[in-house]
Design a protein around this ligand. Structure first.
Ligand code: ATP
Length: 420
């Protein structure tokens, strides 16, 4: 372990300072003293201290050279001269050309999908490309299809955001009015039918919104995906590519996936192979679980800006909780005109029981289970913190004061232990 209390580091042009904060309850402060630097595409303000907490894995890159100061204890910290940033900048320049052409010809801007196995820097590349686009005055749409480690809402959802300013260093992209759809599991494989259905729905809604927002439409879409790329995972990716009618697929660090996509995608889809950054840090399943937990905690309690959620008891009889997916029967046992796979996207009432404790519930905008609940944007989330079978009540953690809206609640597999 290296112990750094205060360090001034000079970075040459085209190099980056990488560091990780691992120690529990540790805080590291970074400040640019001179020159220009950026963090995953967001420019850092000279003289402004930025705080990083436990779990942060960061790269401060500079195109022109700079001096930075690092205060606090980092587990790892080193300067790397080899980075793929020039390649990523070229990708941005190519996308920008397509945006200019879209503006002139009054067509749609590039729809780009970033794919690759786990821990190759898909989310980071997505962020860099969005930041570069918005810094050029564009308004791209960010789509996150990663239900395990997504960056739009809580895990177990997919979503989209209109990006109007660069990501904040501490809090990421501004979360104003995101489109969020319920999935309820952390891998698409847990309910493929449902996953493909909500991906198609999200693509449809974005296409509709782009028709009414020319700026967003010419700026294009950048889609982050899950790291599941083999077998059925590959089919999930090609389905998403079709649903969003992608123009460009950026494949990070996987030649097999690159060749498969080149073979299977229509000719007008540009499939581009990109190297991964040597700085991308692999995460263990425990770290992934912790990251999921942290996202749910952040939803209820905030990050830099603290939120104060409410906790209250609700009678079982006042709740309409459903889970998605009825037990599947063979096709021969299904009513006429229905397939057994239809059952996977059906809502089934979830009866209150102690097993609901610590589960996340998605709050739908739909008032009743017949109202296309799964195709409807989510209003938010609550978490069941306790179930009292004797009193027939549940204790609910919610960003809103009571009462809960009279809408459908969707049960998620994801759990959150509220020990705040
Ligand atoms: P997943 O499959 O889990 O979604 P991913 O492929 O999207 O992973 P990222 O989340 O982009 O990978 O990156 C993994 C981790 O590596 C992140 O914590 C990110 O901050 C860190 N990271 C990315 N690029 C660098 C870099 N150049 N230097 C240091 N850390 C980096």
């Amino acid at each position: 372990m290296t112990e750094v209390q205060l360090q001034e580091i000079k970075l040459d042009p085209d190099s980056e300072l990488r560091f990780e904060v691992e120690t529990k309850n540790e805080k590291v402060v970074l400040e640019v003293k001179s020159g220009y630097a950026e963090l995953f595409g967001t420019e850092l303000v000279k003289g402004k201290p930025y705080e990083f907490h436990t779990g942060a894995k960061v790269a401060v890159f500079t195109w022109h050279g700079c001096t930075v100061e690092l205060r606090g204890r980092t587990e790892v910290s080193y300067v790397a001269k080899e980075t793929p940033m020039v390649v990523y900048l070229n990708v941005h320049a190519a996308l920008e050309q397509q945006r200019v052409a879209a503006e002139h010809e009054n067509t749609r801007g590039p729809v780009t999908m970033v794919v690759g196995p786990g821990d190759v820097g898909k989310s980071t590349l997505t962020k860099i490309l969005l930041n570069y686009a918005v810094r050029m005055g564009r308004r791209p749409i960010f789509v996150d299809l990663d239900v395990g480690q997504g960056h739009i809402s809580v895990p177990g959802t997919i979503g989209a955001l209109l990006v109007e300013r660069p990501a904040s260093i501490e809090e990421g992209f501004s979360q104003q009015a995101p489109l969020v759809y319920h999935f309820g599991h952390k891998s698409p494989g847990d309910n493929l039918e449902l996953y493909n259905m909500i991906v198609s729905r999200l693509a449809e809604v974005i296409a509709e919104r782009c028709e009414n927002n020319k700026k967003a439409s010419t700026s294009g879409v950048i889609i982050n995906t899950c790291g599941w790329v083999k077998g059925t995972g590959y089919k999930v990716l090609t389905h998403a590519a079709q649903a969003f009618e992608v123009d460009v697929i950026l494949v990070l660090d996987n030649e097999r996936l690159y060749n498969e996509l080149k073979r299977d995608m229509p000719k007008f889809v540009k499939v581009v192979y990109l190297p991964k950054s040597g700085g991308v840090v692999e995460r263990s399943s425990t770290q992934r679980a912790e990251a999921r937990d942290a996202r749910i905690r952040e939803y209820f309690y905030g990050n830099r800006t603290p939120y104060y959620p409410h906790s209250f008891d609700v009678k079982f009889s006042d709740l309409k909780i459903y889970k998605v997916g009825a037990p599947s029967l063979p096709d021969s046992c299904m009513p006429l005109g229905m397939r057994s796979s239809d059952a996977l996207t059906r809502l089934v009432p979830a009866w209150p029981s102690p097993s609901l404790a610590h589960r996340v519930l998605a709050v739908s905008f739909a008032p009743s289970p017949d109202d296309h609940v799964l195709a409807t944007n989510l209003a938010g989330f609550v978490c069941v913190t306790a179930v009292d079978m004797d009193r027939q009540t549940m204790t609910i953690l919610s960003p809103q004061p009571r009462p809960l809206p009279d809408t459908v609640l969707l049960l998620s597999d994801l759990q959150y232990m509220d020990n705040h």
